[in-house]
Design a protein around this ligand. Structure first.
Ligand SMILES: *[C@@H]1O[C@H](CO)[C@@H](O)[C@H](O)[C@H]1NC(C)=O
Ligand SMILES: *[C@@H]1O[C@H](CO)[C@@H](O)[C@H](O)[C@H]1NC(C)=O
Ligand SMILES: *[C@@H]1O[C@H](CO)[C@@H](O)[C@H](O)[C@H]1NC(C)=O
Length: 463
């Protein structure tokens, strides 16, 4: 009797050993990716002192993992996955007992080439998942200032990169560059985009036309990679001009325009570069800042920063005054009051910040009042002339309860007349609008943050 029980026991033991051995073999090959994934998850939960380097590793591991999972989903059969689950449980416990992070095998996907696009997509994915953002990306481009009249920066299109000088314009929302087949003089005197030379060019073909205060252009829409400030936007829709009539852009110091306004004023409802930067995770915080410098030399042009509002090189410790955007088209806000010296010239009115305008344009009634106080002489062409020795009182713009003050000598501009004389003109001109257009003379004194995430505008005095 005892003997028979012993033999039975021996058989059972042998059977159990055999089955276990087989399971181990199968799970070692089939459940690897799941195990890795699980270990990562476990690690995240238990380890509170992740370094950035570890984080980086985790991102790439996850990226590989996702791809692999997708590829293998069809192949995997039921038994394998159930075995995988078992081994998953096993590896969880081994991970929590302190196995080193560095042992996670990353070699199982040999053909996968990690690109910056993979990594960025992955960062966006992870950032969304945790409602946070360690996908911190930002970039800045130098502005070139020509005679305090035009501020331009570099931009590239295509692969390989074709370079353009563009006007960063917060008063419009489209991107365009001269086209190779545009025969207008303005096109011939500027860099032209060559679609056939770019491997990332995508034809859209839709016709495009836009009018600015200063001129108009016509063209066709296309998509390509857009590079600016060291950042790269995939599939940016822009216009290749076919016609730039008249003289408006012939002598322009820029090839094209980089629109930085809201989508609602974008012709053909084209998604703006800033929108694409945000949706593609090129920048992690949906804001940009512009600081313009005076002096009119290229080395003192200023900066445009995407994805960051760190303007301390220009604003020092001066803090930003924020005000909500009142209408999402231009960067529009409520100007609560305006003073010249101690004289209140206007109460509440609307204003836009426009980096593409070289002057300040006030509603005409206000313009005339300002000129009376300054004591300058209005001309028929909408300028107000004075001797350069004339003292001008400070201008005060009241924004969200804060006084933004600009010294009077910054509110006049030296110009050469046709007769060769030097006179000074007020930087304020007259426009047939019911809102102010605060162009470069304003922006030269206040760095401006354009916060698309929170729809607000910030001003900080530049030093
Ligand atoms: C951080 O990790 C190290 C080893 O990787 C460990 O010795 C240390 O106790 C950990 N610190 C915390 C706060 O978890
Ligand atoms: C850009 O367009 C190409 C072709 O349509 C597409 O394969 C790619 O995924 C797009 N990239 C992004 C980031 O939208
Ligand atoms: C901007 O990028 C730098 C590194 O390129 C980083 O150190 C910094 O934190 C970033 N700033 C923001 C606001 O994302």
């Amino acid at each position: 009797m005892r003997c028979r029980v012993l033999v039975l026991c021996a058989f059972i033991c042998l059977f159990v050993l055999l089955v276990e051995g087989r399971q181990r073999k199968v799970s070692r090959s089939g459940a690897r990716s799941v195990a890795v994934q699980n270990r990562q998850r476990n690690h995240r939960r238990t380890n509170n002192n992740n370094s950035n380097a570890r984080r980086g590793n985790r991102l790439s591991a996850r990226s590989n993992n996702q791809k692999r999972r997708r590829l293998n989903a069809a192949k995997r059969n039921k038994r394998r996955s159930s075995l995988a689950k078992k081994s998953e449980r096993k590896s969880t416990s081994s991970a929590s007992s302190g196995s080193s992070y560095a042992t996670i095998p990353l070699d199982f996907k040999q053909n996968f080439v990690r690109t910056t696009d993979n990594l960025r997509a992955d960062k966006v994915f992870v950032a969304h998942r945790y409602g946070g953002s360690f996908a911190k990306t930002n970039g800045s481009a130098r502005l070139t200032n020509t005679g305090n009249m035009e501020y331009t920066c570099k931009m590239t299109l295509g692969t390989p990169k074709q370079s353009f000088t563009v006007l960063p314009d917060t008063g419009s929302s489209n991107v365009w560059v001269p086209g190779l087949y545009c025969t207008s003089k303005a096109c011939r005197t500027h860099n032209r985009y060559r679609p056939r030379k770019s491997s990332t060019f995508i034809k859209v073909g839709k016709k495009f036309a836009i009018e600015y205060g200063s001129g108009a252009v016509q063209g066709v829409l296309a998509k390509d990679k857009l590079g600016i400030a060291g950042l790269s936007i995939a599939n940016q829709t822009f216009a290749i001009t076919t016609n730039e009539p008249g003289s408006a852009f012939v002598d322009a110091l820029f090839d094209g325009i980089l629109g930085l306004g809201y989508e609602s004023i974008s012709v053909d409802k084209v998604k703006t570069p800033v929108q694409n930067m945000c949706s593609q995770g090129v920048i992690s915080t949906c804001k940009f800042a512009i600081c313009m410098r005076g002096g009119g030399s290229s080395s003192r042009g200023g900066v445009i920063i995407f994805g960051s509002t760190d303007t301390s090189a220009y604003t020092g410790t001066n803090s930003y005054t924020y005000t909500p955007v009142t209408k999402k088209g231009y960067w529009q806000f409520a100007l609560e009051a305006f003073y010249v010296g101690s004289t209140k010239v206007s109460g509440t009115s609307q204003a836009i910040v426009d980096s593409g305008t070289s002057l300040i344009a006030a509603p005409c009634a206000i313009y005339h009042k300002i000129n009376k106080i300054i004591g300058c002489t209005e001309t028929s062409s909408g300028e107000c002339w004075m001797k350069c020795s004339k003292a001008v009182k400070a201008f005060t713009f009241v924004v969200n309860g804060q006084k933004l003050v600009i010294p009077g000598d910054k509110m006049k501009m030296r110009v050469r007349t046709n007769k060769g004389n030097i006179v000074c003109i007020s930087v304020v001109t007259c426009m047939n609008t019911n809102f102010w257009i605060l162009g470069d003379p304003f922006m030269r004194n206040y760095c401006t943050v354009f916060d698309m995430a929170n729809n607000k505008i910030g001003f900080a005095s530049s030093t």
